[in-house]
Design a protein. Structure first.
Length: 308
């Protein structure tokens, strides 16, 4: 399995590190536009190999896409992250140009690649990749739900006073502060609905803190987070590499599912060797359906700013 990670910044390097540490893939190629940066990150990571016990070969290149040829999976993290007070949507102008250009280069050298889109505003960037890459829709996967669900579980465990391994929960809809839909009604502690344990005030706290999870970190760090995003991507890449058929919420092109079409939004999906093996349609309450539709309308508005 050969994986390319475009953007060797905070998130890209974290992706490469987690992928290598899990040792399921033979080769990771880091690509960046900054001269020598990807090469440097790759060398630094490779010098952890004997310490951390992995055999994955990590190399870096300054924009030479011939080095990415034959990639099975490519992760797009190139672009600018948000600064404190910014929304993900404000990044569209710069990141759309970068993502389009990167996609063309990736597909040129790896026509069968599966692309995982990370750059923000992610749902819109995933949509852009669908419109410009020519790849079938099972091969384009936006990363948002895997991270947001991890943040949801973190907040659930905190409110419950439970270990994280006790809780399960999922976030769907948009990867934005307002459009995220943490499915509290379906969250469980060892199979028991969490609503049985948490007061309404605690439930509201968990939902709100999940939705602003990225913004909270951006305020603390001065830029967006990287450990959990990198780990979330590595889980998705592993599901593909090992054909795990793992259910992961991802931003996918919808064609009637959840009442939406021609839009990328977060929905649960089975991820395996073909990328998206299938979309899972779960029953939502009327209130959840309304929130999903509102999130879709907001993403559609942002998509309207794209120029192909
Ligand atoms: P960063 O600034 O640390 O790294 C971005 C890298 O992309 C830089 O090294 C830059 O030189 C490189 N780059 C820019 N243009 C390029 C091009 N045309 N080709 C190759 N490389 C290029 O930013 P960070 O923190 O790694 O974030 C990257 C993106 O991921 C941002 O858009 C951020 O908002 C997004 N993000 C998305 C998350 C999600 O859940 N979907 C979570 C966290 C970040």
């Amino acid at each position: 399995m050969k994986v390319t990670v475009v953007g060797a910044g905070a998130v890209g390097a974290s992706c490469a590190e987690y992928i290598a540490m899990k040792n399921f893939c033979s080769e990771v190629v880091l690509v960046d536009i900054k001269e020598g940066f990807a090469e440097g990150k790759a060398m630094d990571l490779m010098q952890t190999a004997s310490l951390n016990g992995f055999d994955t070969k990590i190399t870096g290149t300054t924009g030479d896409y011939s080095k990415t040829a034959g990639s099975d999976v490519a992760v797009i993290t190139s672009g600018i992250p948000r600064k404190p007070g910014m929304t993900r949507e404000e990044l569209i102008g710069i990141n759309a140009g970068i993502v389009k250009d990167v996609t063309e280069n990736l597909v040129k050298h790896s026509p069968n690649v599966i692309i995982i889109v990370v750059s923000n505003p992610m749902d819109t960037m995933a949509y852009l990749v669908h419109k410009t890459s020519g790849l079938p829709k099972n091969k384009i996967i936006g990363m948002g739900g895997a991270l947001d669900s991890a943040r949801f579980k973190y907040r659930l465990a905190e409110a419950l006073g439970a270990p994280i391994s006790d809780v399960d929960g999922m976030v769907i809809a948009a990867h934005s502060d307002t459009g995220m839909l943490p499915l509290l009604s379906k969250a469980t502690r060892n199979g028991v609905p969490v609503t049985a344990f948490l007061s309404e005030e605690q439930q509201a706290y968990v939902v709100e803190e999940t939705k602003v999870g990225g913004a909270t970190l951006t305020k603390l760090l001065g830029t967006s987070a990287w450990y959990a995003p990198g780990a979330a991507v590595s889980v998705m890449v592993q599901a593909i590499a090992c054909d795990q058929k793992k259910m992961i919420p991802c931003s996918l092109m919808l064609d009637g599912e959840y009442g939406q079409s021609d839009i990328c939004l977060g929905v649960p999906a089975i991820i395996g060797k073909n990328g998206v093996e299938s979309i899972v349609e779960i029953e939502l309450s009327d209130a959840e359906k309304e929130k999903f539709a509102t999130a879709a309308a907001a993403v559609r508005e942002v998509n309207g700013d794209l120029k192909f």
